[in-house]
Design a protein around this ligand. Structure first.
Ligand SMILES: NC(=O)C[C@H](N)C(=O)O
Length: 323
């Protein structure tokens, strides 16, 4: 029987066009609708123009509204799968947020485009067809939220935008794609690990993200010490090390009960408390910092935001980041 797939359009380059002076702009009408008829071969598709935003305009609040909308649509209409079209700049963040907060088994697939609707070699139509085929495939159930782009299927937890313009921009640097879209079928090479689920009423925690750089000025943290932030994510060096000059400022945050999650500015590997020098991972662990595994900064931030709705205890947060 033909699968019922809901396509929710949220905007991004897939819904934009380019003019003679090379300016790429959102279209008044939703460009994705024009792709609709091409999808009929693959599923019984219902398309909803939910919002039309460039993805730098997407916020955790909008991600959360989208989550509630998906849940409501699924319970009212019993779709077999959902596809969300989204701008690529923050696509990995929306995908990961939905992965953490949607307690469902049907496939949820995000896709978009790197070339706007009227550009030569526009990738929107093929990406959307691939996403619908993936959402309609029974093998895609229970795999968590997926990102389909350029004939590949990626797990939301691992995928990241790696190139500013190339159509093969979405990669999972640590583990590779979990499946591929062949001409005639969708195939999986391996399954993602068990999902985490965070019931979250609304992601209101104020969690900034900062990147470690050589010669970091401790005064940069003054704002965070004076403002009511709920947590901080730091993209540390390598295995999880920081310049020693900023440790007193970080200690002040920890003393105020503000959790600090460390991830690495390397895009491969996990942070670990190995180095035993001033500012090394050993010392950071002893200070009470939470080690964020192999997540990138933007995903660790979302995870801390949803985890803070569950606990503010540093040890419990560390357990959640160990998962
Ligand atoms: N390719 C894209 O969709 C990029 C665009 N700036 C967006 O994220 O909305």
């Amino acid at each position: 029987m033909e699968k019922k797939i809901l396509v929710i359009n949220t905007g991004g380059t897939i819904a934009m066009s380019i003019d003679e002076s090379e300016r790429v702009k959102p279209l008044e009408e939703h460009a994705v609708e024009k792709i609709g008829p091409l999808l009929e071969r693959y599923a019984d598709v219902t398309m909803i123009n939910y919002i039309n935003l460039p993805s730098p305009h997407i916020t955790p609040e909008i991600m959360n509204q989208l989550r509630l909308f998906i849940q409501q649509e699924l319970s009212q209409h019993g779709y077999d799968g959902v596809v969300v079209t989204h701008g690529t700049d923050t696509l990995e963040e929306t995908a990961y947020f939905l992965d953490l907060t949607l307690p469902i088994t049907v496939p949820i697939v995000l896709t978009g485009a790197m070339r706007s609707s009227n550009e030569l070699g526009a990738d929107g139509p093929v990406n959307l067809i691939s996403a619908v085929r993936t959402a309609a495939d029974p093998q895609s159930r229970n795999k968590g939220v997926l990102v389909v782009f350029n004939d590949e299927i990626h797990a939301a937890r691992h995928v990241t935008k790696t190139h500013t313009s190339n159509v093969a921009t979405f990669q999972s640097p640590q583990y590779g794609p979990i499946g591929t879209i062949a001409k005639k079928h969708v195939s999986y090479h391996h399954a993602p690990l068990d999902r985490e689920y965070y019931p979250v009423a609304s992601p209101t925690a104020n969690v900034p993200l900062m990147k470690a750089v050589a010669g970091m000025d401790p005064n940069w943290f003054q704002y965070l010490i004076e403002q009511p932030v709920d947590g901080l994510v730091l993209e540390a060096f390598g295995l999880g090390n920081l310049p020693p000059t900023i440790l007193p400022a970080l200690q002040k945050l920890l003393d105020k009960g503000i959790p600090i999650v460390l991830v690495s500015r390397c895009y491969n590997g996990q942070v670990q408390d190995v180095y035993d020098y001033d500012g090394g991972g050993r010392q950071l662990k002893e200070m009470g910092m939470i080690f964020g595994g192999g997540l990138n900064g933007q995903k660790a931030r979302l995870k801390l935001m949803v985890a803070l709705a569950q606990t503010k205890n540093f040890a419990e947060l560390q357990q959640l980041f160990d998962q």
